[in-house]
Design a protein around this ligand. Structure first.
Ligand code: GLA
Length: 517
């Protein structure tokens, strides 16, 4: 039966049942692959950068390996709308407008992404789409845009979960009403647990604050994102932010990020300068065996089957019955990591074949899967043979396991924080990882700190912040209130500043002063 029904202003054909507000746009059935300019170029985005990147996707073979979306981030427009209320491209950066660059990208067989914000202004201060959703979506569609990253700055204080859903749903419906297939990327930094509502609204949702090009930033994002496997599936992905491959981590660490992101069925959006990328960087981004894990049609996000002392074992079931297994060593020295075929969901055979996805070596095992893994490194196997059990042994705990080396100080409540700040002219993003280095489990926490003068918090995630300047207290939200000894959580905020972009200081967890590392 063919029905036409109105769903939130969105006319959907041939839909007879299903959740009233299901996204169902048929896009991103495997995680999106592409590139985004922000991490390497900030506001220096331009027509020539986008064209050169598209050319490089083709000439390097990355397009053939699956990379498709060339995404423009913030700062592509003028500071005001035109007399009809339309957004205007910055013609100094984009002389032929967004439609011109879209046509070029399409001529290379690729797709174009753009950026806007579910608030009154973007993070860099350009006009936002709040209240202009229909007009802006129509404009994007008319330009030939294929992907929208929709950010959360300057959100007019609309920060209850209901208001998050309403702001993002308004753009979902506006995009649908254009009739053009446009991947919808929710970027609200994990603020309102978007994994619980994102599948009905967008194709992917950021789970954390911004990544930076360091192992510690990548690790803290991994720790949060890996716990959210149950929410991901075809058309609906957890987004741990862009790849930092080729942007300053070691080669080992770059391989680690690429492997972990693929194992977590994350979007693979490169963030480096592709035009001058080294052969090593291109070979990491272009590892087809690892990409095949990310893009596997079953669309399951990998889970941890064990995690102890910084040594992690992950498994991801694949559509042909194989399992992808990552042995990940977050510590700095080499370590042996071991698991078994049964633990990663493979049973029913006397021997299994292990394909090492980085070296290409093939070996076999009667059950034990074990390797020496370099510090900050991974060994990644595709395991075949036998049959796959429907659900591999579940992870012991949803949160990171205590690391013996970092706990047991003897003091019941002690803490360590590390904060990563990224700044621009008038704003900054801080991601703060809090580690319980005491001997007692903390149930319900508040982190006090001093915000440098001239800074005001405009948005926060994974905690509630009060007041917004001066002596601030961040209080846990429902899902991260328990910190076992050695356990950690990452919270973050964006702040405006007037010339003082220094890091927050004088941290104390439930009254106990924290070491800063
Ligand atoms: C936020 C987003 C980033 C980037 C910037 C642009 O911080 O999380 O990924 O889009 O805004 O201003």
């Amino acid at each position: 039966m063919l029905l036409l029904v109105a769903v939130g202003g969105w006319w959907v054909g041939a839909r007879t049942a299903g959740p009233a507000y299901a996204l169902g746009n048929g896009l991103a059935l495997t995680p999106p692959m592409g590139w985004n300019d922000w991490n390497s170029y900030g506001c220096s985005v331009s027509d020539s950068l986008i064209r050169q990147t598209a050319d490089k996707f083709v000439s390097s073979g990355l397009a053939a390996a699956g990379y498709q979306y060339v995404n423009i981030d913030d700062c592509w427009m003028q500071h005001s709308r035109d007399s009809s209320g339309n957004l205007q491209p910055d013609f100094a950066k984009f002389p032929s407008g967004i439609s011109g660059v879209a046509a070029y990208v399409h001529s290379k067989g690729l797709k174009l992404g753009i950026y806007e914000d579910a608030g009154t202004a973007t993070c860099a201060g350009y006009p936002g789409s709040l209240g202009h959703e229909a007009q802006d979506a129509r404009l994007f569609a008319s330009w030939g845009v294929d992907y929208l990253k929709y950010d959360n700055c300057n959100n007019a204080g609309q920060t209850s979960q209901q208001q998050y859903i309403a702001r993002y749903t308004a753009m979902r419906d506006a995009l649908a009403a254009t009739g053009r297939p446009i991947v919808f990327s929710i970027c609200e930094w994990g603020s309102s647990s978007p994994w619980t509502w994102g599948a009905n609204v967008g194709n992917l949702w950021r789970t954390t604050g911004d990544i930076s090009a360091s192992f510690s930033s990548m690790l803290s994002i991994y720790r949060r994102n890996v716990t959210l496997a149950q929410y991901a599936g075809p058309g609906a992905w957890n987004d741990p932010d862009m790849l930092e491959v080729g942007r300053g981590m070691s080669t080992e660490e770059d391989r680690t990020e690429f492997s972990l992101w693929a194992e977590m069925a994350a979007p693979l959006l490169a963030g480096n300068n592709l035009v001058t990328a080294s052969a090593t960087t291109l070979s990491i981004l272009g590892n087809k065996a690892v990409i095949a894990v990310d893009q596997d049609a079953l669309g399951k996000q990998g889970r941890e089957v064990s995690s102890s002392g910084g040594l992690h074992v992950l498994t991801k079931p694949l559509s042909n019955g194989d399992a992808s297994v990552v042995l990940f060593n977050e510590n700095s020295g080499a370590a042996t990591i071991s698991t078994t075929a049964a633990a990663v969901g493979k049973t029913g055979s006397a021997t299994y074949t292990l394909n090492d996805l980085w070296t290409g070596a093939v070996s076999s095992t009667t059950g034990t899967i074990s390797a020496s893994v370099p510090g900050h490194g991974v060994v990644m196997y595709r395991v075949s043979g036998g049959s796959s059990s429907p659900s591999p042994s579940p992870s012991g705990s949803a949160s990171p396991s205590p690391s013996p080396s970092s706990s047991g100080s003897g003091v019941p409540v002690a803490c360590r924080v590390s904060d990563v700040i990224s700044k621009w002219d008038t704003g900054l993003t801080a991601n703060i990882t809090i580690t319980n280095s005491g001997s007692a489990t903390v149930s319900g926490w508040s982190l006090a700190f001093t915000l440098p003068s001239g800074q005001t918090i405009s948005n926060g995630w994974n905690a509630t912040y009060s007041p917004s300047s001066g002596q601030v207290t961040a209080t846990n939200v429902s899902y991260n209130g328990t910190l076992p000894p050695g356990g950690s959580t990452t919270i973050g905020f964006q702040a405006t500043h007037t010339g003082n972009a220094a890091a927050p200081a004088a941290f104390a967890l439930n009254g106990a002063p924290c070491a800063v590392s």
